[in-house]
Design a protein around this ligand. Structure first.
Ligand SMILES: [Zn+2]
Length: 383
């Protein structure tokens, strides 16, 4: 990953390079940006730039030994850490056994999120975290001399996955840095980090990618056509990772079809169809079920946004828009909060391993009642 390959963030990139050129390199930096902002891409381009032996103003040279090692992610002084799970039967809890899939994932491209990482390591039902043992190991590694004599760089993805004891161990490294060490934390939710960590790192806010840059990025990295790219980014509010996800999973259209059929069945209390649909619901496994529930939440929120006349804020594709024009009147302030609660609760139940079909039948019955609530209920009570 070079700066020229990073989607958008041109000013931020220039600032980072200028700092490096001037020798202003904070030893602990936190790139904080939401999923799809490309914070990881930016951190990786920056690490390459720091290690490059002949960097130009605009980018790393691309041809020195260090750059060549970066092409295959084999630079001996570039260290990675990220959330992982403890393998069954293993007595240690280190990222070591996940380094190979991690490298493979990064070489495929740095625009991915937790969902893709979970899938890459087959961690469907497992809780990911960064262990204390991992923090101890990082302390050890960064205490060693650099192989190539320059910077030792650590990129730690999702520091919010550190538990308190882990974070405290890392804090020591932040407070008493080893020689020529740069730690780049890449976070999606920095507010979940210990305040003591946040106050000791140089914070770099990575905003969402602007629409035009995001469209170009989708075209460049994922070969998506202009029109489809705009459509996807419109729906995902410029989140490239989610856009790719929606497109990749034949899922997107399937979710839409299922949602439409389901809402009809819920409204008419059609039990036979609901049972049939529950088969489709559970077919793709837990991640697919969770995705569908999130999709349903998204659609319901969009109905409300549209109902309140904020059409420009509505994030929907053409066919979704067509359906919601008819469906939106059934969603109103008298039932929307409860509908959201029902769905959010279902999302938690799925994550907690409750039987998918039971969940589906249960929420269908609840939604039937809620959808039939008249829009005026709350008003008439308050009058
Ligand atoms: Zn170079």
């Amino acid at each position: 990953m070079r700066f020229e390959q990073v989607i958008g963030h041109h000013e931020l990139g220039a600032k980072l390079r200028a700092g490096a050129q001037a020798g202003r390199v904070a030893h602990a930096q936190l790139f904080n940006g939401p999923e799809g902002s490309g914070a990881l891409a930016l951190a990786l381009a920056y690490a390459r730039y720091l290690h490059c032996s002949d960097p130009a103003d605009a980018d790393a040279c691309g041809s020195c030994l260090s750059c060549i090692q970066y092409d295959t992610l084999q630079h001996p002084d570039l260290h990675w850490s990220f959330p992982f799970f403890k393998k069954d039967g293993s007595d240690h809890s280190l990222s070591q056994s996940f380094q190979a899939p991690w490298r493979e994932r990064i070489l495929q491209g740095t625009y991915f999120g937790q969902e893709e990482w979970l899938a890459a390591i087959g961690a469907d039902r497992k809780q990911l975290y960064i262990s204390v043992q991992e923090a101890v190991e990082l302390n050890r590694k960064l205490g060693l001399k650099a192989f190539a004599g320059g910077w030792k760089v650590l990129i730690l993805w999702l520091p919010e996955a550190m538990r308190i004891d882990t974070a405290n161990k890392m804090l020591k490294l932040i407070e008493e840095p080893t020689d020529r060490t740069v730690m780049l934390f890449v976070s999606e939710q920095a507010n979940q980090l210990l305040a003591t960590i946040r106050s000791r790192v140089q914070m770099i806010q990575v905003p969402r990618i602007g629409m035009d840059d995001a469209v170009e990025g989708l075209k460049f990295w994922f070969g998506v056509g202009e029109e489809e790219a705009r459509d996807l980014l419109q729906v995902t509010d410029g989140n490239i990772v989610r856009a790719v996800r929606m497109r990749g999973e034949e899922g997107a259209d399937k979710d839409y079809q299922l949602f439409v059929a389901w809402m009809r069945a819920c409204y008419t209390n059609d039990a036979i169809t609901t049972v049939e649909l529950s088969d489709d619901f559970v077919k793709g496994g837990r991640e697919a079920m969770k995705r569908f529930i999130r999709y349903a939440l998204h659609m319901i929120r969009q109905c409300i946004v549209g109902n309140y006349g904020a059409q420009s804020l509505v994030r929907l594709t053409e066919s979704e828009r067509e359906f919601t024009t008819k469906f939106a009147p059934f969603i109103h302030h008298g039932n929307v909060l409860e509908m959201q609660e029902v769905l959010e609760h279902a999302h938690r139940d799925i994550a907690g391993n409750v039987n998918g079909k039971l969940i589906f039948m249960d929420i269908s019955a609840r939604l039937n009642i809620l959808l039939r609530k008249p829009a005026t209920t709350v008003l008439s009570q308050s009058q």
